[in-house]
Design a protein around this ligand. Structure first.
Ligand SMILES: *Cc1c(COP(=O)(O)O)cnc(C)c1O
Length: 381
């Protein structure tokens, strides 16, 4: 039997421990030091985000965004049902009512054509999630935001180094949240970042980040003492985390090139099954790029997917399904009584399957996995 092919394996560039050592022995290990600033500068210069703040997770960055959006109890926030819990939870903590939207028929992203019908006079924010790093239809979403005076907060957790009509994901909405969790393309164990593209939020973001104090301004010498000026929390990571992330960012091009190579190999190996209509592969609209965050297939039904997972497991290949529609979750249904019918979200809940995807996955591994999948569909017993 071949050794286990895990679903994910975090990649180390080799420099992480060195930079952590540097951070530790520099004597500055709390947050907002040279590695934090170095990472933030990297993102601002490379992707054109106006201001960035590292956070301890993408969940944290979303919570900061919800505070900055000044969400009040009863305000409504439109979120896709097919997403991670944090996309909704960050706003629920501020008292928001979540209004779930369905996915597109041909990909798991929020269906921009179905958003307008969900907007009421209480709506404040739309949260597009760029699933698998593939862009949502941002022009339509930004036009709606303008028409109804709403904020757009991109959940770009999976979307590093991906683009919409040439613009970096995370640079389009008023704010955006990224994740460096060990399952993402660029990792720091746990970690995240808030990108702020609307200047109105920039100064307050720094205060919320630093426990409601104006300490960041104090350290820059802009004021001569600092104190409690607003709400907030401890959202900033230590320099140890930032040092790890810095090593990853230095290797971003290499990591992306390798992941795209693996993605392409999967796509060609499975094209035949897709042509026969046995599975569906990722749809990449003309306006979007692929950052090879994830390789998924969509099976025709839940039963086929369950059997395929078992078939792959028998060959020591670990494949995993993904989100369970949030509008059907225990937490949400207990609080909201009636639930909408969101058939596309439910379809991805039942039928989407993610295949192993990580830097060290070899070409032989990918050929073996695709062969096992082809065999399964040729003889699905
Ligand atoms: C990973 C992920 C998150 C959460 O990221 P953390 O850094 O673990 O908090 C949120 N939203 C989406 C879409 C994700 O993929």
């Amino acid at each position: 039997m071949n050794p286990l092919i895990p679903f994910n394996k975090p990649y180390l560039t080799g420099k992480e421990a060195h930079y952590i050592y540097q951070a530790v022995y520099s004597g500055k290990i709390s947050g907002n030091g040279i590695y934090t600033k170095g990472c933030q500068r990297f993102f601002e210069e490379r992707y054109g985000f106006k201001k960035t703040l590292l956070t301890t997770s993408c969940t944290d960055a979303l919570e900061m965004a919800a505070i900055l959006a000044n969400i009040q109890p009863g305000d409504e926030v439109i979120v896709p049902s097919y997403t991670f819990v944090s996309t909704a939870l960050a706003f629920v903590r501020e008292g928001a009512k979540i209004v779930f939207a369905d996915s597109c028929a041909n990909n798991p992203n929020i269906d921009a054509d179905k958003i307008e019908a969900l907007i009421t006079e209480r709506t404040r924010v739309i949260v597009p999630v760029h699933y698998a790093g593939i862009a949502c239809d941002m022009d339509k979403i930004m036009q709606l935001a303008e028409k109804y005076n709403l904020l757009v907060i991109e959940d770009a957790a999976q979307a590093i180094d991906s683009f919409y009509k040439g613009r970096a994901l995370g640079a389009i909405g008023h704010m955006a949240a990224f994740s460096f969790h060990e399952t993402k393309n660029i990792v720091s164990g746990e970690g995240g970042m808030l990108a702020i593209n609307d200047d109105r939020f920039a100064d307050r973001a720094e205060i919320i980040w630093e426990k409601g104090t104006n300490r960041a301004q104090f350290f820059r010498g802009e004021i001569n003492k600092y104190g409690w000026v607003d709400t907030g929390s401890s959202f900033l990571p230590s320099e140890i985390v930032a040092a790890f992330l810095y090593a990853q960012l230095e290797n971003l091009d290499d990591i992306q090139r390798k992941r795209k190579e693996i993605w392409g190999l999967y796509a060609s190996g499975l094209a035949g099954l897709a042509e026969k209509g046995l599975i569906t592969l990722t749809d990449i609209p003309d306006y979007a790029t692929n950052n090879a965050h994830m390789f998924y297939i969509v099976c025709r039904d839940l039963d086929t997917r369950s059997k395929l997972i078992e078939h792959l497991k028998a060959s020591n290949i670990h494949s995993v399904f993904h989100y369970l529609s949030l509008h059907k979750s225990d937490f949400y249904s207990a609080r909201s009584g009636k639930t909408a019918s969101l058939p596309n979200s439910d379809h991805y809940t039942d039928c989407l399957l993610r295949l192993p995807m990580y830097f060290e996955l070899t070409h032989d591994n990918v050929r073996f996995i695709t062969k096992e999948i082809v065999d399964f569909f040729n003889d699905p017993s």
